[in-house]
Design a protein around this ligand. Structure first.
Ligand code: PMP
Length: 388
């Protein structure tokens, strides 16, 4: 029997066949004319997907953590102050990373499921002068969505650079980098961008590039230094070969295919499709009487859902049963609440039918655990929204 288990974790996700074909195609030289064209086009397309026409895209082999790393190592100098707005595990990671590069870090955190209100951020900006602030657009450990608009605005008002960790959001959640005043927006390939793991992606706006150019001390990360990568990005975009480190040729070809698909769908349509899918999934979980980690629907992400296990059901019991019923899901990640919830990714190439199949598999798993509910109520709740 065909193995039809759906990969519904918050990245890596299910990928489009054309993307996988590009990944499996014969590898060309990294300085071949056709590859130079593909690389240049992927750079141009990133500006459109990030909605940042004046931004400088960087495509580097690595995971999302490298994108987080390069975003700040190029901007921070030892002793600079950085404010980390943390809504979970990945916010905490940013604080660790910044400290490693000598930043003086202040963390504004919340209990899992909550957001940091903009007035609290503003109060902190009034207290001290910061070089930059980071925030996680969607923290994958809590499924909490942070509104970048007030943060971008505060950044402009107080002269603080803003770094958006969009690993679980970009090309899924609405994100308009330039209009919203975000200086750096970063992601990885394996989530809503729709390419297997392997690429660190970011777009730096003019203010971030200016800050980097004016720094007094060298960047303390050889591989991640924009001095090494900017000439490469500029050369490929200008149709010329260049070399610093061998680019991941197949991954970049796959990225170009995926970015082409994203733009063919259209950014507005993509945002609203993700919103609808997120809404449908959350409605299904609510119909099954499963609580969720985000404390308010206004800050629940569209790219993933974090439902809590019902009383008497554990992850060890439920998740294998859901997998046997056809959907691979992820367990909890936030250290404070890890054992109390699970995570379902629904971004990128996900189809309404995948949502129904996943909710159906969760119902099968819950029934197998002896949880009582009206059979089919979750699937019906999702379908009602998907058909609207
Ligand atoms: N930030 C967020 C919000 C993430 O979800 C992840 C990965 N789950 C990362 C950063 C780190 O990305 P990677 O695992 O690709 O290094």
């Amino acid at each position: 029997m065909k193995d039809r288990t759906l990969l519904m974790i918050p990245g890596p996700i299910e990928f489009e066949p054309a993307v996988l074909e590009a990944l499996g195609a014969p590898t060309t030289s990294h300085v071949a004319a056709d590859f130079i064209e593909v690389f240049g086009q992927a750079i141009e397309r990133m500006r459109e997907v990030w909605m940042c026409p004046a931004g400088q895209p960087f495509i580097i082999a690595g995971s999302g953590t490298l994108a987080m790393d390069t975003a700040v190592v190029n901007l921070i100098e030892p002793g600079d102050r950085a404010l980390v707005i943390s809504t979970g595990y990945f916010g905490e990671r940013y604080a660790e990373l910044l400290k490693r590069y000598g930043a003086e870090v202040t963390i504004l955190g919340t209990p899992p499921g909550d957001v940091v209100e903009p007035d609290k951020i503003e109060a902190e900006l009034k207290k001290k002068s910061y070089k930059l602030m980071t925030f996680t657009h969607v923290d994958t450990s809590t499924a909490v969505l942070v509104d970048p608009r007030p943060i971008g605005k505060l950044g402009r008002e107080y002269g603080v650079l803003t770094v958006l960790d969009g690993v679980c959001s970009i090309a899924g959640e609405e994100m308009r980098q330039e209009e919203w005043g975000i200086d750096v927006a970063l992601t990885a390939s394996q989530k809503a961008i729709g390419v297997p793991p392997g690429l660190a992606l970011l777009v730096a706006g003019p203010e971030a590039m200016r800050t980097w150019k004016e720094r007094k001390t060298p960047v303390s990360h050889y591989y991640g230094d924009w001095k090494n990568w900017l000439p490469i990005m500029e050369a490929y975009e200008a149709g010329k070969p260049s070399y610093f480190g061998t680019p991941p040729v197949n991954h970049i070809c796959a990225l170009n295919v995926s970015l082409g698909q994203i733009l063919a769908e259209g950014m507005e349509q993509r945002f609203s499709r993700h919103q609808k899918i997120g809404l449908a999934f959350r409605a299904a979980m609510a119909a099954l009487a499963l609580k969720q980690v985000p404390t308010h629907p206004d800050h629940a992400a569209s790219t993933l859902t974090a439902p809590c296990y019902p009383e008497g059901v554990t992850g060890q019991e439920l998740l294998p049963k859901v997998k046997a019923a056809g959907a691979t899901l992820a367990g909890g990640l936030h250290p404070d609440i890890k054992a109390t919830y699970f995570r379902v990714g629904h971004m990128g190439a996900v189809k309404p039918g995948d949502i129904l199949a996943t909710v159906g598999a969760i119902e099968t798993g819950l029934a197998g655990c002896g949880y009582e509910f009206e059979k089919g109520i979750g699937v019906a709740a999702a379908q009602k929204i998907l058909l609207d």
